[in-house]
Design a protein. Structure first.
Length: 418
């Protein structure tokens, strides 16, 4: 099956799309067209050229000095999205000078290779001169002007005007920031859309005419103007993992869990007998409502109907999240379970959080404000002892923590029953 790719705009977050490309390459996904907006147009060009190493080099070389011409104080303001901090100066210069970006693109983008590639290249921009949007493919762009039009697609209003043959162009995100419609209108039936957008217009398309797989970042990619070696590397890894997740290569929903035929008896699907053991402390008039509350939380981690197989995976993911297990890496079920138990043993060794002290803090006359992250950290060390069942108090306070204790309790019970 052949796919067309729609690459959305998002500024410095575009490194994520290079990670997605790596995943698609490894999966031998056949690509026939790549259409990009703004930074997506830059990445579309390197996709079409087919040289992944060159694409990585381009992004590794990207920093503020290679993209824009500003002094250090202005760059600091831009990082902080403090537009007012330097607007007057920029207006005097009629926008930020992005000529260094053009030099960088000429270094890495070879127009001849793009035109000879079996994969079609396209971009989205809009003209301020005639107030018209443009969805252009390589055959529509005059020879020698592909980089010029990529610059036009990336021309945010705070940048200096991009002129081509007397026309002034603006960033394609002001017409269609994730250009699915352009591919649907061209007749493509199978489309992969990589959406890293924050702002921008999303044109409606006829969803009956195409099957669209969305790939979106599962955690923050940083700011539109935030760029560093560390962030570029992290976003490439995230794009790679999210790309494989979207293409159904993992059995997890939040963690990147590879399907393996583990014979570890601690990880087999949950049984009816175990469900009865786990829910034994819940006996009472509200038992069914409490069960529904727990199952609802677990269902959010599966995206579908709960089964014996995916319930244990969902509980494992919730537990890994609560215990702050590193997320941006691939695991087998057995490997993730081992990481969970290592963290559990550390917490056991450190001792439980004293609930009496916690109660004193919570019920002081002066109100204490907790956000979810702070509250979770406060409760995280409070985990079950080997001989205890999970406390109902945890279900009331934090359902994910309660599920964590159910998972740990089940794991310990299975260990003892081996």
């Amino acid at each position: 099956m052949k796919y067309a790719i729609a690459l959305g705009g998002g500024g410095a977050k575009g490194a994520y799309q290079i990670g997605v490309w790596k995943a698609l390459r490894e999966l031998d996904i056949e690509i026939e067209t790549v259409l990009g907006t703004s930074v997506g147009a830059i990445n579309a060009a390197v996709f079409v050229m087919g040289n992944y190493k060159q694409a990585k080099k381009l992004w590794k070389e990207m920093d503020y000095s290679s993209v824009i011409s500003l002094d250090e104080q202005q760059i600091t303001s831009l990082k902080d999205i403090n537009i007012m901090g330097f607007t007057k100066d920029i207006l005097h210069k009629r926008g930020i000078d992005i000529s260094p970006l053009k030099v960088l693109l000429h270094k890495y983008i070879n127009e001849q290779i793009i035109r000879e590639s079996p994969v079609e290249f396209g971009l989205v921009t809009a003209s301020l001169s005639n107030m018209k949007p443009y969805v252009l493919f390589e055959k529509d762009i005059p020879d020698g002007q592909i980089v010029d039009y990529i610059m036009a697609s990336s021309a945010l209003p705070i940048f200096q005007k991009q002129k081509i043959d007397g026309n002034v162009f603006i960033d394609g995100g002001f017409y269609d920031n994730v250009p699915i419609k352009g591919l649907v209108d061209k007749g493509h039936k199978n489309i992969i859309a990589v959406d890293i957008s924050w702002l921008g217009i999303h044109k409606k398309y006829d969803s009956k005419k195409a099957n669209v797989i969305y790939i979106r970042n599962s955690e923050s990619l940083g700011g539109t103007f935030e760029i560093s070696d560390e962030l570029v590397e992290k976003n490439m890894i995230l794009g790679y993992l999210d790309g494989k997740l979207a293409m159904k290569q993992y059995i997890g929903q939040k963690y990147y869990i590879k399907e393996d035929k583990s014979k570890n008896k601690l990880l087999y699907p949950i049984t009816k007998e175990e469900i009865n053991i786990l829910f034994a402390p819940l006996r009472g008039s509200h038992e069914e409502n409490i069960k529904k509350y727990i199952l609802k939380t677990l269902r959010k981690h599966t995206g579908c109907k709960l089964t014996g197989d995916n319930t244990i995976i969902a509980a494992m993911e919730v537990t890994a999240e609560v215990l702050h297990i590193e997320r941006l890496k691939e695991y087998t079920m057995e490997q993730l379970h081992e990481e969970i138990m290592k963290e559990y043993k550390k917490l056991k060794k450190a001792g439980d959080t004293p609930l009496k002290e916690l109660s004193k803090n919570l019920w002081k006359k002066k109100k204490m404000i907790f956000n979810d992250k702070a509250f979770s950290k406060m409760f995280t060390p409070y985990i079950i002892k080997d001989e205890e069942a999970p406390s109902i108090l945890m279900l009331v306070t934090l359902p994910k923590l309660y599920i964590t204790n159910l998972y740990l309790y089940l794991s310990l019970w299975r260990t003892q029953s081996k």
